[in-house]
Design a binder for this molecule. Structure first.
Ligand code: GDP
Length: 135
């Protein structure tokens, strides 16, 4: 079993798509190990996207992620990382395959509905970033 981190981002949360995305997560065979709703602080968002710190879109990305509520989920499944990335589709919703979450609920690269970890290692690191310390 593998772990991946999913985030329902502020755009899809605002649009009322949270329930539909969670239904999809379950119907695709993921076990929701952890889940919480939160509004990210600037520091938490900057830390999460630290690898992108030097990118021109970094401050836009951080502002967007802090612009409203998110739902963060740690998901478990066989091949969870690749499976979740297939279910969510390409980073740019306009290029995402029909029926994928980003095609259904995203708008553009900045407002792309959901996050998914990009490797097995990052699935664990990112889940620990949100869920290691219990509330
Ligand atoms: P992902 O793994 O598919 O989420 O894509 P990346 O790791 O390349 O980028 C991380 C996140 O940064 C994306 O999901 C987008 O939300 C955001 N992002 C990437 N490129 C851009 C961009 O050009 N402009 C803005 N505003 N955000 C971007």
């Amino acid at each position: 079993m593998e772990i991946t981190l999913a985030i329902i981002k502020p755009d899809s949360y605002r649009n009322g798509d949270t329930g539909k995305i969670i239904d999809r997560i379950i119907s695709e065979g993921f076990n929701i190990k952890e889940m919480k709703q939160l509004r990210l602080s600037k520091e938490k968002a900057e830390g999460f996207y630290n690898v992108h710190r030097e990118r021109p879109f970094f401050s836009e990305l951080v502002d967007f992620m802090c612009s409203g509520n998110c739902v963060v989920l740690s998901l478990e499944r066989e091949n969870a990382v690749d499976k979740w990335r297939t279910v969510i589709g390409a980073t740019n919703p306009e290029e995402a395959e029909e029926g994928t979450i980003r095609a259904l609920y995203g708008t553009d690269t900045g407002n792309n509905a959901v996050h998914g970890s990009d490797s097995s290692e990052n699935g664990i690191i990112e889940s620990n970033y949100f869920f290691l310390k219990r509330d």
